[in-house]
Design a protein around this ligand. Structure first.
Ligand code: NAP
Ligand code: MG
Length: 397
């Protein structure tokens, strides 16, 4: 069989621990036998990040800007314990944070649905994709304790003009918080959401609380409405999908009652909370994929989970592991499909579709899914990490 040829390289970002092991196996067993794989390789493993003073992360993000599509393995975000474990020169920042800042993107998280694994909310037949605004609000807020006295918010314009509003007159102890966002960031967020919804042909909901937060959340609502009217409405109508603004509490009710098949754009905090709820409800974190989409159409695909440290330590001791590679496989198929689409290589898109279909068949799965799987006449079989990848390779062939 002749291998599928590629035109433009994918930006390949390798990672850490158990996912690094899986990364190599996926390439070796599921991709290289079928595709004449072209990648520009960046090793984002912690050892190499430390050796290059994290330059490799920045380089990989710049390459993603250049080529347009990247696939990333999970990476360690160092904490104090990791600084010791890896003798780090510094507590390097989260690679995802660095890449997101350079690409100015929005993260979309979508579950992989499998026949036999019913979400905790059984009416969710189709995926719910959460788009979380990843800038500002309480994540860049300043807060402090108050005692009896007056708390004020003071703003000094460039020309020196000062505006002051009273937050609260305290007659005892209390707390205060001030947060911000920027029009530029909200606009990027809105454009990424509209582009993504068009791409996956799913309706888009954006939710906030503008009835209470008239100016702050009101600004989000207004920006979404304007960008929709001016740039996306016609395209949405052509695809037969719609955009709705909804109060966050109404959105929650609609999501729970609905059947899925929607992109739900959330403000930063709402997205943080709701993405964990939605991921849990669909069954397993190991079945959640994630893609970073920049407003100018650059894509970076990855699994939503981490490096699965606990399994890696077992692996190092020579014990058997049963780590689920599905989200990482879908990161690869997402990236290959996008590359195929951009370069007009239909075989590459077809191959990615086939690989997705080959992932869970005939009741063979990893340990995390066995307890969740229920299908008449099929008894789930738990396989080790490597056995499971071999089973997929057989299906694929
Ligand atoms: P994690 O790697 O997502 O794993 C947490 C637990 O979830 C695992 O111990 C395992 O549960 C289960 N799990 C996650 N993925 C699985 C899979 N593919 N197959 C089977 N089970 C899976 O989170 P963590 O242990 O909190 O973090 C580990 C490292 O990953 C940290 O250094 C963190 O910085 C990094 N991280 C990276 C990213 C990223 O690169 N995007 C995201 C999150 C975390 P059981 O142990 O019960 O089997
Ligand atoms: Mg969270």
């Amino acid at each position: 069989m002749e291998k599928i040829k590629m035109k433009t390289p994918l930006v390949e970002m390798d990672g850490d621990e158990m996912t690094r092991i899986i990364w190599r196996l996926i390439k070796e067993k599921l991709i290289l036998p079928f595709v004449d794989l072209k990648t520009e390789y960046y090793d984002l493993g912690l050892v190499e990040r430390n050796a290059t003073c994290d330059k490799v992360t920045v380089d990989s993000a710049m390459a993603t800007k250049k080529y347009g599509v990247a696939v990333k393995c999970a990476t360690i975000t160092p904490n104090r314990q990791r600084v010791e474990e890896y003798s780090l020169k510094e507590m390097w920042k989260s690679p995802n944070g660095t890449i997101r800042a350079i690409l100015d993107g929005t993260v979309f998280r979508a579950p992989v649905l499998v026949d036999g694994i019913t979400p905790y909310i059984p009416s969710w037949k189709k995926p719910i994709v959460i788009a979380r605004h990843a800038y500002g609000d309480i994540y860049k807020a300043v807060d402090g304790k108050a005692i009896k006295g007056k708390a004020e918010l003071r703003y000094t314009a460039e020309d020196g003009e000062i505006k002051t509003v009273t937050v609260h007159e305290f007659d005892g102890d209390g707390v205060v918080l001030a947060m911000h966002n920027t029009v530029k960031s909200i606009e990027s967020f809105a454009r990424s959401c509209f582009s993504y919804a068009l791409e996956v042909k799913m309706p888009l909901i954006f939710s906030a609380k503008d009835t209470i937060s008239k100016i702050y959340d009101g600004e989000f609502k207004k920006i979404f409405a304007e960008i929709y009217e001016n740039e996306y409405k016609e395209k949405f109508e052509r695809e037969g999908i719609d955009y709705t603004y909804s109060l966050i509490d109404d959105a929650v009710a609609r999501i729970i009652r609905g059947g899925g098949g929607v992109v739900w754009a959330c403000k930063n905090y709402d997205g943080d909370v709701m993405s964990d709820m939605v991921a849990t409800a669909y069954g397993s974190l190991a079945m959640m994929t994630s893609v970073l989409v920049s407003p100018d159409g650059v894509y970076e695909y990855e699994a939503a989970h981490g490096t699965v440290t606990r399994h890696y330590y077992k692996y190092l001791k020579g014990e058997e592991t049963s780590t689920n590679p599905v989200a990482t496989i879908f990161a690869w198929t997402g990236a290959l499909k996008k590359r195929g689409e951009l370069d007009g290589i239909k075989e590459l898109c077809d191959f990615a579709d086939k690989l997705e279909k080959a992932t869970i068949e005939g009741g063979k799965m990893t340990g995390d899914l066995v307890g969740l799987f229920k299908k008449d006449g099929v008894t789930p079989v738990k396989l080790s990490t490597e056995e499971f990848l071999d089973a997929i390779a057989v299906n694929l062939k």
